[in-house]
Design a protein around this ligand. Structure first.
Ligand code: AHM
Ligand code: MG
Length: 347
């Protein structure tokens, strides 16, 4: 007999809760329900390549059912897994403009779920990894079915955050503050199994930096100097490799497991960057911090930003702490001496 134990995600969540008696049972049920939704989405994502054969969005599949776009499907699966459980007062999704109060026909609870049901969905057609991102807050007002104020909380107040990456395997990674844990879906038994306990961002020898350099001429001088600095090697002589998938969850997952930095800075066309604070940057920032890393908008910690709108964007620098610090110091020190760099910006 081996002494290797198989730990399912449900088992792990219960064990975590025992270590944190202040966490309530409902809270672990929310994570278990998200894991269930992730399995349903994963099954559908794995079928994506067959959509043209079995019927594309707006058409009918072989069973004669209407086929949805995958991101709409993911939105509905998560919503339907969570709307009736009595744990949530409201939800926020990238797919919907307003926050979604739990309907009156169902009991309302004390938590808020924010999520991006299927991030990077433009990658589906080319079979590149995509992901789901989520986080959980406690309701702070006395509104039974939540209010905008309950949704607009800084990342510092997240109770749990996680993501699911639909890649060569499907993995769910989450933190409830004490450590970051990764689970790989075994499709043959339909269970997420603990495969990556206590993830820490490693200090690897050859770390990747990850950014869409196609926009480099539109970056601020500080960002350009920072990336240039990485390319020419740090003072320590450390060399970097470049990796960019163009799918946030996949790029972040690699950064978490291999170290390095992922950045999506502001640029001349997108003065606040592209990524969304509430359901993209903040959850990943909580995970990065719990794994010993950092996340910044270039000037301050992501988790300290007080959101003012549900779909607000933010620049994002996330990964190994030393590299996020370095990015911040280049941005802070970019000034008149950078005119030469700024001069070749596209007019
Ligand atoms: P989406 O929310 O519309 O899917 O866009 C977010 C995605 C991220 O997954 C990824 O990091 C980024 O867009 C890539 O953008 P770009 O193609 O500009 O590099
Ligand atoms: Mg998204």
């Amino acid at each position: 007999m081996t002494d290797t134990h198989i730990v399912t995600i449900a088992r792990h969540i219960i064990d975590e809760e025992r270590r944190h008696p202040e966490a309530r049972g409902t809270f672990s049920d929310i994570l278990t329900d998200i894991a269930l939704a992730a399995k349903v989405i994963s099954r559908q994502v794995n079928m994506a390549g067959l959509v043209d054969i079995l019927g594309g969005a707006g058409r009918r599949n072989v069973q004669g059912e209407a086929v949805q776009k995958l991101d709409e499907f993911a939105q509905e699966v998560i919503y339907r897994a969570m709307d009736h459980t009595g744990y949530l007062c409201c939800m926020v999704s990238e797919e919907l403009e307003d926050f979604i109060p739990i309907p009156d026909k169902f009991p309302a609870g004390e938590y808020v779920l924010v999520f991006d049901p299927l991030d990077g969905s433009s990658n589906i057609d080319v079979n590149v990894s995509i992901g789901t991102i989520f986080s959980v807050y406690k309701k702070i007002t006395d509104q039974e079915r939540g209010s905008l104020r309950d949704c607009l909380q800084p990342g510092r107040d997240q109770l749990a955050a996680g993501y699911v990456v639909y890649g060569s395997s499907t993995m769910m990674v989450y933190t409830s503050g004490s450590g970051v844990h990764g689970f790989t879906l075994d499709p043959s038994i339909g269970e997420f199994i603990l495969s990556h306990p206590n993830i820490r961002i490693p200090a690897a020898r050859l770390r990747p930096y990850s950014v869409n350099e196609g926009y480099a001429l539109r970056w601020d001088p500080g960002v350009r100097k920072f990336v240039q600095h990485l390319k020419s090697g740090l003072e320590s002589g450390e060399a970097f490799s470049s990796r960019y998938i163009g799918s946030l969850v996949a790029d972040f997952h690699r950064t978490l497991l291999r170290g390095g930095i992922f950045l999506y800075p502001a640029d001349a066309n997108n003065p606040s960057g592209k990524l969304r604070l509430l359901y993209e940057a903040s959850p990943l920032a909580m995970i990065a911090e719990a794994a010993g890393g950092r996340a910044s908008d270039g000037r301050r910690d992501i988790v300290d930003i007080q959101p003012t709108e549900l779909h607000q964007r933010t620049p994002l620098f996330i990964g190994s702490t030393d590299l996020v610090d370095l990015a911040e110091s280049h941005i802070a020190s970019a000034g008149d001496s950078d005119v030469a760099l700024a001069d070749d910006q596209p007019k």
